[in-house]
Design a protein around this ligand. Structure first.
Ligand code: GLY
Length: 402
């Protein structure tokens, strides 16, 4: 299944279960000062969970544009160096606003994964919040997952390892215990089951998070019950695509293979050396063009504050990696068309050709200072014997050379 087929299958499945297909909200959250960028499918429904907003539906499903490059969920520095972190990604989700709860959420997820995506049940593991016996029993007694593939995990106040099974949108907002579904890539891949000391390996990959929304966390950290228990789920489209396409890295799925090829061609169009298709720098570029194109499409312009500054940082990080690969002229803006080709059908806002113009202008502006800054950095590294760059050099590179 190609990425576009997976997206369509997910939405149609939930539509057949009485959910309304709702368009993705913009990457800039409307009317929510607590968020820099939309970071999850449930953001556009925050007020519905809280009981302040009422919709003509009680069940919804979306493929949501998300950016995790600032604020509570910030993956920027990992991008390019891991198989699965992205600044921009799509999150598939189904939502119940005081309608169905744990039982249906779990059964729907299992049906989709095993009967429509045809994943072998024995490859799937689940985690539940340590005290959530109800979710445990649904997985074990009703779905039939053996006890040795169900892991109980506490929230991060008590857990020994990185995992936690209590999902929060941010420091404040709707939240609740969750149950995650993992796919086991098999013993040829390193890593241990969720909750084990080796859980950070790539063998067991989280594909879906089912959140049982029950609380609102306020500024003081106090929890208040939501008007009605609700459901919010999030499945990374790129991750489920790796599983369904039988690959281990998000960069090997059809969409990213095409973006990487386009990135290589664009870099080489302004370079005298070939760009290695496997280099982390090319992955950074292929990732970052999506974040930049969608930010601009949704009205963010590069600047010096807030989300405008995050956009500028993402754009400059891509350009620095292009420079590392040998690019000496503008290349990044040329990739907007490749993003459009891959995703324009699902997201018509990409059809706006101003996007290229904004990115090209930012690119030209930065190129002037980048090569000077890189010369200063290279000279400082060459001269330096201690392994620690002097603070004044670092400050100058940041402050004057961006
Ligand atoms: N809202 C669920 C998640 O982002 O995992």
């Amino acid at each position: 299944m190609k990425v576009a087929d997976i997206r369509r299958t997910f939405l149609k499945f939930y539509e057949s279960k009485g959910h309304t297909i709702v368009a993705s909200s913009p990457v800039v959250p409307g009317n929510d000062p607590t968020l820099l960028f939309t970071n999850a499918g449930m953001n556009q429904f925050k007020d519905v969970y809280l009981g302040f907003d009422h919709r003509p539906y009680k069940r919804a499903t979306t493929s949501q544009k998300c950016i995790r490059a600032g604020g509570k969920h910030n993956d920027l520095d990992n991008v390019g160096y891991t198989a699965r972190h992205h600044t921009f990604f799509e999150m598939l989700g189904n939502f119940s606003f005081g309608d169905y709860f744990k039982k249906d959420a779990i059964h729907f997820a299992w049906e989709l994964l095993t009967e429509h995506f045809h994943l072998p049940p024995e490859k799937l593991w689940v985690t539940v919040y340590a005290e959530d016996q109800e979710a445990y029993d649904i997985w074990h007694k009703e779905v039939g997952i053996p006890a040795d593939r169900i892991v109980r995990i506490g929230d991060n106040k008590g857990a020994r390892y990185m995992s936690d099974n209590f999902w929060m949108m941010g420091d404040t907002g709707p939240c609740g215990p969750c149950s995650e579904i993992f796919y086991d890539h098999g013993p040829s891949v390193q890593g241990g089951p969720p909750g084990s000391p080796e859980e950070d390996g790539d063998r067991y990959m989280e594909i879906w998070n089912l959140v049982f929304m029950q609380f609102y966390r306020d500024e003081k950290g106090e929890m208040h019950k939501l008007p009605r228990p609700s459901i919010d789920t999030g499945m990374g489209l790129e991750r489920i695509a790796t599983v369904l396409q039988g690959v281990h890295s998000n960069y090997d799925i059809d969409l990213f293979k095409n973006l990487l090829a386009a990135a290589k061609a664009a870099v080489e169009s302004v370079s005298t050396v070939p760009a290695d298709i496997n280099s982390p720098s090319l992955k950074v570029i292929a990732d970052h063009i999506r974040a930049c194109a969608f930010c601009v499409a949704d009205g963010v312009l590069p600047g010096n504050e807030g989300r405008a500054y995050v956009l500028r940082r993402i754009c400059r990080r891509a350009l620095r990696h292009g420079y590392k690969l040998g690019a000496r002229g503008p290349f990044f803006y040329k990739l907007v068309d490749a993003v459009r080709k891959e995703m324009g059908e699902a997201y018509p806002e990409l059809m706006n050709h101003e996007i290229e113009k904004v990115i090209e202008a930012e690119e030209r502006r930065f190129l002037q200072t980048l090569s000077k800054g890189m010369d200063i950095l290279d000279a400082a590294i060459a001269e330096n014997k201690t392994g620690v760059l002097p603070g004044d050099v670092v400050f100058k590179l940041h402050d004057t050379y961006g």
